[in-house]
Design a protein around this ligand. Structure first.
Ligand code: ADP
Ligand code: MG
Length: 320
């Protein structure tokens, strides 16, 4: 049976490009660039809550780091360092090898070094801390929105929630083609944090957040912290393609309350509209203006006839 130290050496030790001292001592040593803030955040993934028990280990590894990197993207920060505290019920080397492969694939894709952590026995639980840097004064905060800002989202919303519904077998039969199914499941299991977008928005956006709990909840944090409200227009919200098996109200719940999208929602002055369109072209990333912030503090969603849309509180009632 391998020891804790064999496991760390074999699966979690790689040369740390960004650190002066990485895994192997009592602490790692890092230097941050002059004139920068250290941006720090942590996200825990619990089996059964944040990923399904049968999720392939590769994607558990990818996602545990990707959701953390997404927080750096939302701050306009460059992700650089991560620590990993992991509790494992048993030493399953096949699982560990795949988990480690997925974790480091994500680390390599975004230039992040794993610089330390903790490994212990217990119910499967993965806790990652991410650290990055952002020039002082340039971070994209939740409290920076101004009344009259345009509200934007990247990508399309609802695919991850639809992927989860698919995996839980709660979608009506033949709702999605085989290709659509796979693409929704990819969105759920292998989110792509929008780091390049966050960095480009440093001088353009007033506020930003990553969408982990659904657009309405997360935009809700921006307007609450900025003491504002928002008008949103359903027709402008980029949503995943669904077949005939799903009605509009269920689709709205998937896209607005579904979660796990890891797209960015941000606000910017209307004067930046064309600059943001150009950024979308340059990054080859769909960016949609979906509404505006208001002095009045409520969050309203309108249909194409400018009628208020009433939302159900949860996304999945309809399918269960
Ligand atoms: P200590 O007992 O001094 O806290 P540990 O024995 O827990 O140290 O860890 C030994 C080294 O391995 C440390 O540098 C620690 O940061 C690192 N480490 C432990 N678990 C992990 C992990 N899952 N991923 C990355 N590094 C780890
Ligand atoms: Mg020690």
């Amino acid at each position: 049976m391998p020891t804790e130290f064999n496991i760390i050496e074999k699966y979690f030790t790689r040369p740390s490009k960004n650190a002066d001292l990485g895994v192997g001592d009592d602490a790692s040593l890092i230097q941050i660039s002059a004139g920068h803030h250290l941006a720090v955040s942590a996200d825990m993934l619990v089996a059964g809550t944040h990923f399904l028990a049968n999720c392939p280990a590769y994607f558990v590894g990818w996602k545990s780091l990707a959701v953390n990197i997404s927080d750096m993207a939302a701050m306009g920060a460059t992700p650089k360092w991560a620590t990993l505290a992991i509790a494992l019920p048993t030493i399953d080397e096949t699982w560990l090898a795949e988990f480690s492969r997925g974790f480091f694939a994500c680390a390599d894709a975004f230039g992040v070094s794993l610089i330390g952590g903790d490994t212990t026995r217990g119910p499967l639980n993965i806790s990652v801390q991410i650290m990055g840097e952002v020039p002082i004064g340039k971070a994209l905060r939740r409290d920076g929105a101004k009344a009259g800002d345009e509200i934007w989202v990247s990508g399309t919303l609802g695919a991850a929630a639809l992927g989860l519904a698919q995996l839980k077998n709660i979608l009506p039969e033949n709702t999605l083609s085989a290709e659509e199914k796979q693409s929704c499941i990819d969105n759920l299991q292998a989110p792509q944090p929008r780091v390049a977008l966050g960095l480009t928005l440093q001088d353009i956006a007033h506020s930003a957040i990553d969408i982990s709990d659904g657009l309405l909840a997360d935009l809700g944090h921006i307007v609450e912290r900025s003491k504002l409200g928002a008008n949103l227009y359903w027709e402008l919200i980029p949503h995943v393609h669904v077949g005939n098996g799903i009605d509009t109200s269920s689709l709205q719940n998937l896209c607005l309350a579904g979660g796990d999208d890891y797209e960015l929602c941000f606000t910017a002055p209307a004067s930046q509209h064309n600059a943001i369109v150009a950024i979308g072209k340059k990054l080859n990333l769909k960016l949609s203006a979906i509404g505006e912030t208001t002095q009045k503090t409520n969050l309203n969603l309108y249909d194409k006839n400018h009628q208020l849309i009433k939302l159900k509180t949860t996304g999945y009632d309809h399918f269960s």
